[in-house]
Design a protein around this ligand. Structure first.
Ligand SMILES: O=C[C@H](O)COP(=O)(O)O
Length: 318
């Protein structure tokens, strides 16, 4: 890396030189390492702790055109008290909704400590003008969103217009700001890795997002396959580890899309532990974006406590 980080975004030429100067990802090696870590078994006590940690890391998500205020209120109740019959079950980290439902979520969660995340920037395609994306973000922030999950312009990225992507992320980061002492909304940048074709591109997009100010990098919208695969998550974890070493700034990671089972979630936690270490094993630095994972975590938790499954009907629908 010959370009100083401060000068990287001076032009598309410097940005391109920097991103293409990053070490290439060994695809076979990344696939094998993720597969190998996925076979690790963990002790029963560690598994019980892992389930509770995974619950605390969930961004409980509904992102459907048919979402209603009632559905969001029910999801918020579940976020705060995932199992009404067991007060020892921890709260999830956040709920994730479309911008027009942020106010409903804020009202339903008030004071619970569960954050409200909202997708913005013409989610999921990201195809609109920058003005519209800024307005979309500002609307969600004004409604009380604690976190904004933006999508990058994959068209610009794949066309090699990295500066456009950088400037857009920087502009959305600015739109996450709040006046006075109020805390700014945290920015999660969705790479939509299923559309980026190569692990090299995933590494480049991760660095691009972090250089532009991302607080978190997120794999996917949940609308494109493949979504949060273990090797893609591994590549992104390596990127945040290397970014911290190069800049001193720590960035979080959120795999999202297709994480449905406790086994999937535990595999992710093993990846985190083995790649970036315990410092990321907290909801402040690692989230699991998922619409249907929570019920499986609750079922496995109950199975570990009582020795039997309660059955899917026992828990409210995700
Ligand atoms: O951000 C989270 C994703 O939209 C959830 O995807 P999922 O429905 O596959 O869990």
């Amino acid at each position: 890396m010959t370009t100083s980080l401060a000068d990287v975004a001076a032009s598309n030429v410097t940005l391109r030189a920097f991103l293409h100067g990053l070490p290439g990802v060994d695809r076979v090696g990344a696939d094998q390492r993720a597969a190998m870590l996925g076979t690790r078994s963990i002790k029963t006590t560690a598994k019980a702790e892992a389930i509770d940690l995974a619950i605390r890391m969930v961004d409980l998500t509904t992102l459907e055109g048919a979402d209603t205020p009632g559905k969001v209120r029910a999801m918020c109740a579940k976020a705060v008290r995932p199992d009404p019959g067991d007060p020892t079950v921890p709260k999830v980290a956040a709920v994730c909704v479309y911008p027009d439902l942020v106010a409903q979520a804020v009202g339903a969660l008030g004071g619970s400590g569960v954050k409200v995340a909202s997708v913005a920037t013409a989610f999921p395609s990201g195809r609109s003008s920058l003005d519209v994306k800024i307005a979309d973000t500002a609307f969600a922030v004004a409604a009380g969103a604690d976190e904004i999950d933006m999508v990058i312009d994959r068209g610009a990225f794949l066309a090699g217009d990295y500066l456009k992507v950088f400037e857009e992320i920087s502009a959305i980061k600015a739109a996450c700001g709040r006046a006075g002492d109020e805390q700014d909304a945290h920015l999660k940048v969705i790479l939509e890795t299923g559309e980026l074709s190569t692990y090299d591109n995933v590494r480049r997009a991760s660095w691009l997002a972090m250089l532009a100010g991302a607080d978190f990098i997120k794999t996917s919208t949940g609308k494109v396959q493949p979504a949060a695969t273990p090797p893609v998550t591994l590549v992104m974890l390596e990127a945040v580890r290397d970014f911290l070493a190069a800049t001193g700034r720590k960035v979080g990671v959120k795999p999202a899309g297709g994480i449905r089972t406790t086994k999937d979630a535990v595999k992710m936690l093993v990846l985190v532990n083995e790649t970036v270490g315990e410092g990321w094993l907290s909801p402040d630095w690692f989230r699991l974006g998922a619409s249907t994972l929570l019920n499986d975590l609750l079922m496995q938790r109950q199975k570990m406590a009582t020795g039997r499954y309660a059955g899917p009907d026992y828990f409210t629908l995700d």
